[in-house]
Design a protein around this ligand. Structure first.
Ligand code: C2E
Ligand code: MG
Ligand code: MG
Length: 745
């Protein structure tokens, strides 16, 4: 520390040479030989009472808290105050010695520097000199050793030398302060140039805007590389941003002004004309009052990151061998296509699974690399048979998948595409000089007929593909009737056979209510199966199987009997509740259907008012003559009939009028969302009007909310059924429900 200080002392004396300064001091203070002579004469006298002075000095230092504190710090560093006081006394002696050489001046300056280093303030220094003066004046005024005529000259000399001494010390002090200031300045400017060069080198663009006065506080040099002309306010480079992205950036800016730290990505034109992706981050800075006063921003070129992300995405969604979409992407697209078809009625989605025939032989005989080449060529060929909007994917091995996202007539359109695809295989493939003939089998499943979700559709297309392979037909559509081959289905259908004997079936009843009378007007019987392993199954889980296996007729027989018995039991109990039974297509077509119904009622003196039937419109339209005949017979038995799921099939109005039916039941798909879907609401309104014009009553099923309930009432609908009113429930629960709800008999 001391060493460094000496070093500094040398530097500072370079600023003002001590000899020159000393010379100036001597001149300005008029210090001359006479002063030195008189001082020499009385030096001894003036040195009297050194010890008294030491005490005065000591008291002075401790009299002020500030100096006392400095001294304590001085002591804490291991120094002794006595030593300091002794030095002061010595200094006094030295001062009185009349040494006015340049050397002594340099020494005083050095002491001044030391004082600066120890934070001894100039005012304390002056205080100390005042003590010297006071002490010496006392001596000069009172000592009899000083001749009277010498007193004034002596005092004059003493004051001059004290001035010189103090002045030199303060010069040193000021030199040190000046030097420190300069060093600090140098350090700051070095730091500044480091920061500057860093800002020039970092690719990010930094800026800061005062949002109160709306002016730019700072823009880093890199800005010019991105937007060379103007860094517009308040969002730098906004003018260089692609116009369609600007709104996004401006919206983010507004949010930053609300105090939110926000990021936004947008495209910016580069001066070269190309477009690059940039991320802007806005960091709002809040005042103590919590108001946004400044927004700092970072802007960064992320084109490469974006590109990498894109590459990763491509890798994750592409089959590397053929460059086609992979399974993941294909599933994704199928899901999207299904979602789109759900929104747009009448739109169908076809899903195909294509498997090459005997491809294993090629791999085995020509080797895998050749097999891969052939797969690649096939992929290219298949592509030519499809439209831009279709998706061809490789699922793995020799299995491909095709998605036709929008077909009008699923079976016809997809059939044609399948033919085109198979035609790709009529020309041979070449490997070296070998002609290779390959064939393929295609299985097709169409949304919504063959399934309503990706997994079902793919599974069913797969089943159809195996069917096509087995029967050597090029392509095959999924056919529920032939789809009985899986072990699981066999198991379930055998379970279902036993279900009847083991009494595992149960009917749940869902209330149907009449708007204008506010009364409950009947119930619909909905079948449930208490499967011993799988728990409670709903009709969708086992009725299609029952249809395929023909078991449905025995089941309907059971349902009719059970329902008739229940309706009779309620009647005996004072509840007049006709039960509507759903009649499946196969049962309706069965020549035994009318007989079944008659049998069920026969135990209750053929009272047709106990039961009603619900039949879907396609079943009725399929064979109008038969429908008229069967419904006519039901009518004479007193059994009313509704057309179930009305609106989803294709009814001919002309035929509808000819059928002896009573009620239209609007399919729940229109009702569920009618409060929020204008299209659905319009369809419901039209069906209600149409039904009334034809003289039918209209039931809406799938009423889940009070809102829909009100809407239906305002549209003049006659009956409602749905979870909002009551869920399907066991017979025993119906009484409780009746007691609790707002509906009466
Ligand atoms: P469905 O005849 O159109 O019956 C209405 C279906 O909608 C029932 O489903 C019922 O639980 C459900 N549902 C009722 N209210 C609401 C609602 O507010 N919101 C929603 N989302 N759904 C509601 P479930 O019981 O699963 O029956 C499905 C279909 O199975 C029935 O449609 C019917 O076609 C058939 N089915 C049920 N029982 C039998 C039966 O005994 N024999 C025959 N052949 N078919 C039956
Ligand atoms: Mg029904
Ligand atoms: Mg229905």
């Amino acid at each position: 520390m001391q060493g460094r200080f000496v070093q500094q002392s040398k530097e500072s004396s370079a600023r003002k040479e001590s000899p020159a300064l000393n010379q100036q001091f001597l001149q300005f203070l008029h210090i001359n030989e006479n002063d030195l002579a008189i001082l020499a004469r009385y030096r001894e006298v003036l040195q009297q009472g050194k010890e008294r002075f030491a005490r005065i000095f000591y008291d002075y230092l401790y009299a002020f808290p500030a100096t006392a504190q400095v001294l304590e710090a001085y002591q804490a560093q291991g120094n002794h105050i006595e030593h300091l006081v002794k030095r002061q006394t010595e200094h006094l002696v030295e001062l009185l010695s009349g040494n006015i050489t340049a050397e002594s001046a340099a020494h005083m300056m050095y002491i001044g520097e030391v004082h600066y280093r120890y934070n001894i303030e100039p005012v304390w220094i002056m205080g100390a000199y005042w003590l010297y003066l006071d002490h010496l004046q006392t001596i000069m005024a009172s000592s009899s050793a000083i001749e009277a005529q010498h007193r004034a000259a002596l005092e004059d000399a003493v004051i001059k030398l004290l001035f010189r001494d103090m002045g030199m010390l303060l010069e040193g002090y000021w030199n040190a302060a000046f030097l420190a200031l300069h060093q600090e300045k140098d350090r700051v400017s070095e730091l500044q140039s480091q920061v500057q060069s860093m800002l020039r080198n970092i690719p990010q663009l930094l800026w800061s805007v005062d949002v109160v006065s709306n002016h730019l506080l700072y823009v880093s040099p890199t800005t010019r590389q991105i937007c060379p002309i103007a860094a517009e306010m308040p969002i730098p480079c906004l003018g260089w941003t692609v116009p369609s992205d600007r709104e996004l950036v401006e919206r983010a800016w507004q949010r930053a002004l609300q105090g939110e730290r926000i990021e936004v990505e947008s495209r910016v034109h580069s001066p070269g004309g190309s477009e690059r992706w940039f991320r802007r981050v806005f960091h709002p800075f809040l005042s103590a009052e919590g108001k946004v006063v400044r927004v700092d921003g970072v802007m960064e070129d992320i084109s490469d990151t974006k590109e990498t992300r894109e590459q990763l995405r491509r890798l994750a969604t592409t089959d590397t061998l053929t460059g086609l979409p992979n399974r993941m992407l294909w599933y994704d697209r199928v899901t999207q296509a299904i979602a789109a078809a759900r929104r747009e009625r009448g739109r169908q989605v076809a899903v195909m699974i294509l498997d090459l025939n005997h491809f294993k032989i090629i791999n085995d005989t020509l080797g895998h690399p050749t097999g891969d080449e052939i797969l690649y060529s096939i992929a290219q060929r298949l592509r030519t048979a499809l439209r831009e909007t279709d998706t061809l994917a490789r699922l793995g091995g020799d299995e491909f998948a095709i998605l036709l996202p929008d077909v009008k007539s699923g079976v016809q359109d997809a059939g044609k595409v399948a033919e085109n695809i198979l035609a790709c295989f009529s020309e041979p493939l070449w490997h070296e000089d070998n002609e290779i003939y390959l064939g393929a089998a295609i299985g097709i499943a169409v949304y919504p007929d063959h399934g309503r979700d990706v997994d079902t559709l793919v599974r069913r297309a797969d089943i159809a593909m195996y069917g096509a392979k087995g029967s050597h037909t090029g392509h095959l559509f999924y056919n529920a009737e032939t789809d009985t081959n899986t072990a699981q289905r066999l198991q379930l259908s055998s379970d279902l056979r036993h279900a009847l004997q083991r009494d595992e079936l149960e009917l749940y009843y869902q209330p149907k209510v009449h708007f204008s009378s506010r009364r409950m007007k009947g119930v619909e019987a909905l079948l449930r199966w208490h499967h011993p392993q799988q728990g409670l199954l709903e009709p969708g889980q086992f009725l299609p199987l029952a249809e395929q296996t023909g078991l449905i007729n025995s089941i309907t027989e059971w349902v009719l009997k059970r329902a008739a018995a229940q309706a009779q039991a309620w009647r005996a109990d004072g509840l007049d509740l006709p039960i509507a039974v759903n009649v499946s297509p196969r049962t309706f077509q069965s020549p035994r259907f009318v007989e079944m119904l008659r049998d069920a009622l026969s135990e209750y003196s053929g009272n047709g008012a106990l039961l009603e039937t619900e039949i879907t419109e396609n079943v009725l339209m399929a064979d109008i003559a038969r429908a008229q005949e069967v419904l006519g017979k039901l009518g004479t038995m007193g059994v009313a009939t509704s057309i179930d799921d009305f609106g989803t099939g294709y009814s001919s109005l002309a035929y509808l009028k000819q059928l002896p039916i009573d009620t239209l039941k609007i399919d729940k798909s229109f009702v569920l969302d009618m409060a929020h879907n204008e299209n659905d609401a319009m369809i419901v309104r039209s069906i209600i009007d149409l039904g009334h014009n034809l003289g039918f009553e209209v039931v809406a099923e799938g009423v889940e909310t009070a809102e829909v309930m009100d809407l239906l009432e305002s549209l003049g609908c006659d009956y409602a059924q749905g979870y909002h009113i009551g869920r399907p429930m066991p017979a025993t629960d119906l009484r409780t429900w009746l007691a609790g709800g707002g509906w009466h008999l």
